[in-house]
Write a protein that binds this ligand. Structure first.
Ligand SMILES: N[C@@H](CCC(=O)N[C@@H](CS)C(=O)NCC(=O)O)C(=O)O
Length: 204
């Protein structure tokens, strides 16, 4: 399998953590890709021109990160990061959606505040994304006591942990820990798990 990646993407990190958890990391060849480059041919594999994008051994492209992670999970007959039992499965998928939603809002906020020309900045949009990040974090904080750290985890812990790691990297002053003490405690513990510790993003 081949994975188009960039080193600081929180969505790529989800795939990397998933692959490590499933013992599949050495089956994946990594191809550095800048999705923002005008020269990239990424769109031929992913019509949204986003990373991560996986190409299977059969040559089929798979995107986006939730689908790639579920594909990797489907290759593994033992450990399951996507629970099979219905209630557990939809609980994990919904919590993972809150984690991804937090990250999506964070990226939109960063584009608005950093990339958009100053005279075009739209405070209403920035405030809305900030609010979405906070409400997703509040959902994760409420669930934190039931989330795994050094035992079994699911795609929910992976999505939330990778999202928070990216927020700390790109928005170190966001100040989420004060409002989400249980989540902060959980995040500190899961950050020591080998799949998280070895994929911790570093500023480029
Ligand atoms: N929903 C997608 C989001 C992926 C995404 O937004 N990736 C960013 C990099 S962190 C990207 O490629 N952005 C390029 C763009 O938006 O054009 C996923 O879960 O894979």
């Amino acid at each position: 399998m081949k994975l188009r990646y960039s080193p600081t993407s929180p969505y790529v990190r989800k795939v990397s953590v998933t692959a490590i958890e499933l013992g599949l990391a050495d089956k994946i060849e990594r191809i550095a890709t800048d999705p923002w480059s005008a020269d990239t041919d990424l769109r031929k594999s992913n019509p949204m021109s986003k990373i991560p994008c996986l190409t299977t051994d059969a040559g089929d492209p798979i995107y986006d990160s939730p689908v790639i992670c579920e594909y990797l999970d489907s290759l593994h007959t033992g450990k399951k990061l996507f629970p099979v039992e219905r209630d557990a499965r939809f609980k994990a998928l919904t919590l993972a959606a809150a984690g991804d939603g937090m990250t999506d809002a964070g990226i939109l906020l960063l584009v608005e505040t950093v990339r958009r020309p100053k005279e075009l900045k739209w405070d209403w949009w920035a405030d809305r994304q900030t609010e979405t990040m906070k409400t997703c974090m509040a959902v994760a904080d409420a669930a934190a006591d039931s989330m795994g750290t050094d035992g079994d985890i699911t795609i929910a812990e992976i999505a939330i942990g990778c999202g928070l790691g990216w927020v700390d990297l790109r928005m170190p002053d966001f100040g989420w820990r004060k409002d989400c003490p249980a989540l902060a405690d959980w995040f500190e513990k899961i950050s020591d798990r080998p799949s998280f510790a070895t994929t911790m993003p570093k500023a480029a």
